[in-house]
Design a binder for this molecule. Structure first.
Ligand code: SAM
Length: 252
């Protein structure tokens, strides 16, 4: 029985995320941008790896060849059922809540958590759980929904949004989803990573050109080429709506 803590705020049970969000929408560029970043950040060889909030395993082909044992963890049984249908015995699915991960202390060599932070109300608690289940020396690749982007700055400047992108406080965009939809200031999450004990090894700015207009003008394949260079160049200013972090739990 999955313990749905009060902190679980977005339920994907019964929602066809694969079809509605990815297959029926024009998101080839975003998908490619995620994959590109993961290839740059994930270790080449791992024993035990978990995709946290991994959904139906959209990104599984990026880690299946790198790890001997792969878990896809999510609380949506709809997503996990799809993952099993697609990947069979190549993955073990586990259901639960990120705030209480069903892994032992120091169990995993690697993990990633992509496109999940916008559902997390208590970032520090979630990051502490990720830290707990990683072995010393283990790597976490975490994507963070960035509140300090150029479009959000413009919307704030012209009065279209009341959310101040420069304020370190967590932004909760209730109007986007009735459940809540959180965005984070990079400095806010980076302080949490440090407080929890992670060492930051690399940062990438990901999905830099996420815009319907840019997709129309440049076409997806050209944007993907530009994205590859932009991920590193724009990382120091944390430009994109997705910021990727490669974090390491220090060796004792
Ligand atoms: C936007 S989807 C991302 C799925 C996958 N990582 C990807 O990039 O395609 C967010 C996923 O996080 C899961 N999720 C959200 N909050 C969670 C929580 N507290 N515990 C476990 N899973 C959670 C949802 O069920 C959903 O599958």
């Amino acid at each position: 029985m999955v313990d749905m803590s009060e902190k679980v705020i977005s339920d994907y049970n019964g929602y066809d995320y694969k079809k509605i969000f990815w297959e029926d929408a024009d998101r080839e560029y975003e998908d490619q941008a995620d994959r590109m970043a993961i290839r740059k950040l994930l270790p080449k060889r791992m024993e035990k790896f978990a995709d946290i909030g991994g959904g139906y395993g959209r990104l599984a082909n990026e880690y299946l060849k790198r790890a001997r044992k792969v878990y896809i963890f999510d609380y949506s049984k709809t997503e996990l059922k799809q993952a099993k249908e697609i990947y069979g015995d190549k993955v073990e699915t586990k259901a639960g809540d990120i705030y209480k991960l069903p892994f032992k202390d120091n169990e995993l060599d690697g993990l990633m958590m992509i496109r999940v932070t916008h559902h997390l109300k208590d970032m520090e608690k979630a990051i502490s759980e990720l830290y707990r289940v990683l072995k010393p020396g283990g790597v976490a690749v975490i994507e963070v929904a960035n509140k300090r982007t150029l479009p959000k700055m413009v919307r704030f400047a012209v009065g279209k949004s009341k959310v101040n992108p420069f304020d370190k406080k967590v932004a909760n965009y209730k109007e986007i989803s009735a459940d809540g939809f959180y965005n984070y200031h990079p400095k806010y999450v980076e302080d949490i990573f440090e407080k929890v004990g992670f060492e930051r090894e690399r940062v990438l700015s990901v999905s830099n050109f996420r815009s319907r207009m840019l997709k129309k003008i440049f076409k997806t394949n050209n944007l993907v080429k530009m994205e590859n260079t932009a991920q590193q160049i724009l990382a120091p200013i944390r430009f994109a709506p997705s910021i990727y972090y490669k974090l390491r739990k220090p060796e004792k």
